[in-house]
Structure formats: structure tokens, C-alpha cells
Design a protein around this ligand. Sequence first.
Ligand SMILES: Cc1cc2nc3c(=O)[nH]c(=O)nc-3n(C[C@H](O)[C@H](O)[C@H](O)COP(=O)(O)OP(=O)(O)OC[C@H]3O[C@@H](n4cnc5c(N)ncnc54)[C@H](O)[C@@H]3O)c2cc1C
Ligand code: FES
Length: 278
Amino acid sequence: MTDAANPYLPLAATVVEVVDETPAIKTLRMTLDDPAARAAFTYRPGQVVQLSVYGVGEATFVLNSTPTRPEFLQCSVMRAGEVTEALHALRTGDQVGLRGPLGNAFPLDALRGRDVLLVAGGIGMAPLRTLLLYMLDNRADFGTIRLLYGARGPRDMAYGAELEQWAAAPGLELTLTVDAPDPGWPHRTGLIPNVLRELAPSPEGAVAVTCGPPIMIRFTVQALRELGFADAAIVTTLERRMKCGIGLCGRCNIGPRYVCVDGPVFTMAELGELPAEL
Ligand SMILES: Cc1cc2nc3c(=O)[nH]c(=O)nc-3n(C[C@H](O)[C@H](O)[C@H](O)COP(=O)(O)OP(=O)(O)OC[C@H]3O[C@@H](n4cnc5c(N)ncnc54)[C@H](O)[C@@H]3O)c2cc1C
Ligand code: FES
């Protein structure tokens, strides 16, 4: 929901809660200040917003809350540079600007009735969180949900408080892995693509959705193909740097496609190949 007269104008929002997820990731829960804007704001899992800190700048984040739980809008922010640093400094009651929702969304119609394999690395769990919660809130529409979530170490794993709930959810198979375990780490150790090969989920009637750092996506897609997943059944999100978010500035294009309008969600069949720089 952007201002039709000026699509660059953000909506005013207030931070209602800050969650420290990991040393590098904070989650911001926000509500729009204007009651009419709050009531009118709708989004689909996978869509992004531009969050702005007044006087600092604007950056892109996926909404990792779910439209099925409309109490607040949520973004998880990994510290990277100036804007994310300023977002990390926000406290409950502080104001942010919010522009969106922008871009496309996960192809829910293609996922309904299928088994869904989610493969997340690091902050890549953020976009998959919204999809996971949406599927849990519409459980009968989807088959078995498998989530493979990896991080560098146990303390780099976001959404710690929710992992136990997810592990207990009916029809959800959760596998956690880290590159470098602490003593007593009860889950897997190993890189995500290798653990994926060990788990060997069947591609029969299944769709895989993977998000994470580019190098992880590259090797995960390779593993999925080895397991027999067709490119049309592999969905990913591209984190191309964006500026306008509305197809005007030309900052985010891959060939003829704008990630901010045509994406950020694509199937591997749509991409053909991952862009060389990923
Ligand atoms: C569609 C999309 C969804 C995103 N969702 C999230 C999210 O949910 N949570 C989250 O923490 N981050 C997300 N990002 C990345 C986030 O937008 C950047 O980290 C942020 O813009 C960095 O801004 P900054 O001013 O703090 O750092 P900058 O000073 O702009 O950059 C710091 C460093 O990060 C690199 N960088 C910045 N943006 C990107 C990018 N898009 N891709 C790769 N490298 C980048 C820069 O090259 C530089 O090395 C998303 C990006 C896109 C395009
Ligand atoms: S960010 Fe401006 S065209 Fe996509």
C-alpha cells in the first residue's frame, strides 16, 4: 500500500517490540500509525517492504509476519551497514517509515496440495518464516512440510523461541544444522546442501523453496537437482539490491526482469540459470 500520488512516500509506523534473535539479527514488530492505513494494509507471503530510518536511509526487508496473524508487521534485520545499524538501534516506541508491500509473493497456488520442502540458511529463514506460518495457519491446504534450517553456529539461529513449537507441529519435519556446533548441540552438523543430500527428501509431488546467502542457494539448488527436483519445482528469492522498489530506477534488473516487480520470488525454471554473480 503505497501513496498513489507519491509512491516514494513511506507510511509512518511505530516499533511495538524488538526481539534480539542472534548477535547480528534483530526482529522489529511494527504497527502502522494511521488506523485507516493499518486496516487497508494487505500483503502476501514473500512480499517485501522498504523500511526507512528518518535521516539515515531506506533498505529492503521481507515481511516475515503472516497476513493470517494481522496484529503487527514484522521484519528481521541482519546488521550489514548504515541503515541496518540504525534499525538495530531502534527501541519500542520509535518511529520508522514503511513503503510497500512490494514485489511478487510465493506461488501459493503451486504449493497447495503438494509436500513443501523449505531450505533456509541464516537470514534466509526470514522469508521462509512467513511462508511456514501461513501454511501452518492453513494446514489442510498443504501436504507434509519439511524445514531444513542451517546457520553458522547455534547462537546464529534466529527464531529460537519458535523452533520448539515448529518441531511439535503436526505434519512438520524440522531439521536443524550448524557448521560449527557447541558441545552438546543435539542436532545435525554440516553444510545445508550435504545435510539435504543425507535427508534425501522425495521430489514426488513436492516443491522446494530455498532462501539464504547466494553461495548456499547455488549449492542447494545443485543438491535439489541431484535429488530429482525439476527446475519448475524449485523456488527461490533473489536479494538483488533495490532502490525505488517499483520498477522505475533500473537498479535491480537481471536482463529484462526487475527483481522488485517481477520478483523477488522466482522458480529456477523462470530464472533459467542463477545470475552469474550469485
Ligand atoms: C528482496 C530483498 C529482501 C531482503 N530481505 C531482508 C531481510 O528480511 N532481512 C535482512 O536483514 N536483509 C534483507 N535484505 C537485505 C537488506 O536489504 C540489506 O542488508 C540492506 O539493504 C543493507 O543496507 P545497509 O544500509 O545497512 O548496508 P549497505 O551499506 O547498503 O550495505 C552493507 C553491505 O551489504 C551489502 N548489501 C547490501 N544490500 C544487499 C543486497 N540486497 N544483497 C546483497 N548484499 C547487499 C553491500 O554490498 C555491503 O557490502 C533484503 C534485500 C532484498 C533485495
Ligand atoms: S529497484 Fe528500482 S527498478 Fe527495481
